[in-house]
Design a binder for this molecule. Structure first.
Ligand code: CTP
Length: 251
């Protein structure tokens, strides 16, 4: 039964994927069929039988290879900068795989995250641009991890925002992907980051409680100045009509 279904399906696949090419082929086939019949040769039926049997139409489906892209990150306290990054990453391919960096790797490279792995993973998985997630991804793209992305996960490109992503030793976390020619960049959204959100929360605590020892210690003594500059910061990410269309579901 499965064979029967497949042998009939090429007709509709052909019409759907390449209507012009299919129309042209059918016209040629019809003309050839007519002429061979006219000249006493074989008719259209045997000819189409030979073609479908040899699988020529299956190969001519014009199916485009689906591009799989990978973006990683901490995605702590998910914000619109992350959503915009994932939206842009998805636009660079057909399927977006997101690596959520492990708690241990974030602690080693940036300091402790506010949200643990499971919560960050749940938030990332819920976004409409994300097709697949990889939990406990490494912070830097090592050779071993890069090979597993290319070979096991069939990733075509690794993507990151245009902000420098440096390891504690000052080297570029994406150096290997860049060297392999499989790196693409998206534009980082100005005016928002996880670190900035943590700062804003601490500032609001300071405002309401008059700045206790706890917040002062966390903000390393320069809390007043830093809070003032954070409050003064204006996000460039304005909800224009074009922006709303970018984030909508296309309706
Ligand atoms: N990103 C972005 N715009 C932002 C913040 C993040 O485009 N305002 C992108 C980063 O470039 C990265 C991805 O989102 O490709 C995940 O970022 P993440 O690792 O979570 O870093 P930040 O949000 O920058 O975290 P922090 O501010 O704490 O460093």
């Amino acid at each position: 039964m499965a064979m029967e279904y497949e042998s009939n399906n090429w007709i509709w696949d052909g019409v759907y994927y390449c209507p012009r090419l299919f129309g042209g082929l059918m016209l040629t086939a019809a003309l050839l069929g007519l002429s061979t019949t006219y000249f006493g040769g074989i008719g259209l039926f045997p000819l189409s039988y030979v073609w479908s049997d040899s699988g020529i139409f299956h190969k001519m489906k014009c199916e485009k290879k689906r591009i799989r892209v990978y973006m990683d990150g901490c995605f702590d306290l998910m914000h619109y900068g992350h959503a915009n990054a994932l939206r842009q990453a998805k636009a660079l391919g057909d399927e977006l795989v997101v690596g959520v960096v492990s708690d241990e790797e974030i602690i080693a490279n940036k300091g402790p995250p506010v949200l643990p792995m499971e919560e960050r993973l749940a938030l990332v998985s819920g976004l409409k641009w994300v097709d697949q997630v990889i939990a406990n991804a490494p912070y830097a793209i090592t050779e071993q991890f890069m090979n597993s992305l290319f070979n096991e996960h069939k990733i075509d490109y690794i993507i990151h925002g245009d902000d420098p992503c440096l390891l504690p030793d000052g080297s570029d976390a994406y150096a290997l992907a860049k060297k392999a020619g499989r790196y693409k960049q998206i534009k980082r959204t100005e005016g928002v980051s996880s670190t900035d959100i943590v700062g804003r929360i601490l500032c609001s605590v300071k405002d309401t409680e008059g700045g206790g020892d706890y917040t002062s210690t966390l903000l390393n003594g320069d809390s007043g100045e830093r809070c003032h500059s954070q409050r003064a910061q204006i996000s460039q990410f304005l909800p224009t009509s074009q922006r709303i269309v970018q984030f909508s579901n296309g309706k």
